[in-house]
Design a protein around this ligand. Structure first.
Ligand code: ADP
Ligand code: ZN
Length: 299
């Protein structure tokens, strides 16, 4: 089946036309990246890209918060984002109207997790978590085989973390919380704390030890609450190769022997990087499209 896939981000919109064959294989036929300007400029440019491409459905994996409730009058809207111009923006409607195909919709991180669960490292598992640590922090969650939505959708990047004793005076970078995961550990928090971008701090072990301390605390909470069978980490900050081993070690230290499972004995397979080479988001959007087609979502 030929589908459209949109990975909608705060800096860029990745649009692709993909040929998918069930949950087994895929071919990305065409892909463009469109800068995220205003909805008035950017949405028509994306619609134009997908028009006339013969797609049978479209999947949108979108930055949030978003309204995922199909019976809500604002279903398919980006809701309260601080991203200028995009608050209360209908991102599903214009595509459905212009393209006349079913449109699937979920958060960007649920999309990435769905990609990994369909084609990648979380394939065959019913319980998994995908965390992105980049400009912000977000997590997609699959629980008993279904992406978790709930009241809104998980906002696991804003869980409260205990400060490291060396970091008590740092002013948390989140405008809503004084000690949350995103505010202490996302890329902009690293830059604020150390006065340089993460990319320029590779040779400073204390930066990544503190980072691992915070990330591991959040992972510990996810492990205790959700009991995932695999945890996948993505996003720009995870491009620091020394970070993942530090996180695994710190998770093991903080769990302190309390949980004893085969997965915990094998942290290299339990806590991993994304397996689809940064295509997990676009491939997850494809899965949202095929699901929408199968469910006949037309409104
Ligand atoms: P976004 O979250 O906007 O989609 P990314 O996932 O690429 O984009 O995250 C961007 C953030 O990650 C920035 O704060 C950037 O400084 C940080 N970042 C990107 N690459 C690296 C790297 N190699 N090491 C550390 N931090 C990085
Ligand atoms: Zn916060």
């Amino acid at each position: 089946m030929r589908v459209g896939a949109l990975e909608a981000g705060g800096t860029k919109m990745v649009c692709a036309v993909v040929e998918v064959d069930g949950g087994t294989s895929w071919e990305i036929l065409e892909r463009v990246s469109i800068p995220t300007k205003t909805p008035q400029e950017t949405i028509p440019a994306m619609v134009d890209f997908f028009k006339g491409k013969g797609i049978e459905a479209l999947g949108i994996a979108c930055f949030g918060p978003v309204d995922l409730h199909r019976d809500s009058p604002t279903y398919g809207f980006i809701t309260t984002t601080p991203k200028a111009g995009w608050a209360n923006c209908d991102i599903v409607g214009p595509f459905r109207e212009a393209l006349g195909v079913p449109v699937g919709f979920d958060t960007d991180v649920n999309g990435s997790l769905l990609g990994e669960a369909t084609f990648g490292g979380a394939k065959g598992l019913e319980n998994s978590v995908y965390i992105t640590i980049g400009t912000g922090v977000g997590a997609g969650i699959m629980s008993n085989g279904r992406l978790l939505h709930g009241m809104l959708h998980p906002e696991a990047g804003h869980v409260t973390l205990k400060r490291h004793e060396t970091d008590r005076d740092f002013a948390c970078n989140c405008p809503f919380h004084d000690s949350c995961f995103e505010g202490l550990a996302a890329g902009p928090a690293i830059e604020k704390r150390w006065g340089r971008k993460g990319t320029e701090l590779a040779g400073r072990p204390e930066v990544w030890e503190l980072e691992a301390y915070y990330i591991a605390q959040a992972l510990l909470d996810y492990i205790m609450v959700l009991s995932p069978e695999k945890i996948i980490l993505g996003g720009g900050v995870m491009h620091q190769p020394q970070l993942l081993p530090l996180i695994r070690e710190e998770v093991r230290r903080q769990i302190n022997g309390y949980i004893r499972t085969a997965q915990m004995e094998n942290p290299d397979e339990y806590i991993t990087e994304a397996s689809l080479g940064d295509d997990q988001g676009i491939l997850g959007a494809c899965c949202l499209a095929t699901e929408a087609k199968a469910c006949h979502y037309s409104s």
